[in-house]
Design a protein around this ligand. Structure first.
Ligand code: CA
Length: 269
């Protein structure tokens, strides 16, 4: 199933970004939260209407609420207006590519924390999609089985659910603080937009307290058991975490042939 895109018509999502009315947006968010019951809201951004319907049908069957957008700009504005609990984001979209939608979600403090699962066509797009340039939490490659996708969706919610039962604890590494209760990350007091996966990876490293974690151990922490990603994917996430940590990124050490560890003290040069 190779995604087909209609001709590129316009690229207006970016132009609109600077002119958003923050107050109106805040009201939208509050209203959206009020409407929200216990059911998680999944935003499906997919231009193949048959696939979007299939996803909607299956998500509803699994107890989720859904919203659907068929274009990039519509996906972005629905993400901002509804603050969903998860975005399923197609890579190839009309008007604004999925990568750009993801990037703009990550750049918007109100929705930067929302997990994103990318629906990609080719395996070689994965490096670009995960972590570094886009900040997706996970991906599935088209064509995918609905069963596999549902497992990934549940894995994302298991991860975010687990952190809320961790209690009132803050993990620190240098200038970075991770609040396990609110899931907020700060760098020297300023909010830092780690993705959910990055948050889980970094908290696992800090909790290991200097011990080395293998890539497969990190995978388990970040993705939950039973979800397999390539080791390269972990490396890409770690690179992204280091970049977001600025100078403090040096506190995450690569242990060649094994994995990674986080150190509180840097050895003197
Ligand atoms: Ca598409």
């Amino acid at each position: 199933m190779v995604p087909k895109n209609p001709p590129h018509r316009s690229f207006d999502g970016k132009a609109r970004q600077g002119h958003r009315d923050r107050e109106t947006e805040g009201e939208h968010m509050a209203a959206a939260r009020e409407e929200r019951g216990d059911k998680k809201l999944v935003l499906i951004v997919e231009d193949e209407r048959d696939l979007a319907e299939l996803l909607e049908y299956n998500l509803k069957g699994n107890g989720y609420r859904t919203a659907v957008a068929h274009t990039g700009p519509d996906g972005l504005s629905k993400a901002r207006a509804l603050t969903p609990d998860l975005v399923l984001l197609d890579l190839m979209l009309p008007d604004l590519p999925g990568t750009e939608v993801a990037r703009q979600i990550r750049a918007d403090a109100n929705v930067a924390h929302v997990p994103i699962i990318m629906l990609t066509a080719k395996a070689d797009e994965v490096d670009q999609v995960v972590g570094l340039t886009v900040g997706a939490d996970d991906y599935v490659t088209k064509p995918f089985s609905i069963k596999v996708l549902m497992a990934r969706v549940e894995a994302v919610f298991r991860r975010s659910g687990r952190s809320s039962t961790d209690g009132d604890r803050v993990l620190r590494l240098g200038g970075v603080a991770l609040d396990l209760e609110t899931h907020e990350a700060t760098l020297e007091g300023e909010a830092t937009p780690f993705t959910l996966t990055e948050f889980r990876l970094l908290s696992a490293l800090i909790e290991a307290d200097g011990k080395v974690l293998s890539r497969s151990a990190l995978m388990n922490h970040a993705m939950g058991p039973g979800v397999t990603v390539t080791e390269r994917t972990i490396d890409v996430h770690i690179t992204s975490i280091r970049r977001k940590m600025g100078d403090w990124g040096k506190h995450i050490k690569t242990v060649r042939g094994v994995g990674y560890r986080a150190v509180q003290e840097l050895a003197p040069a």
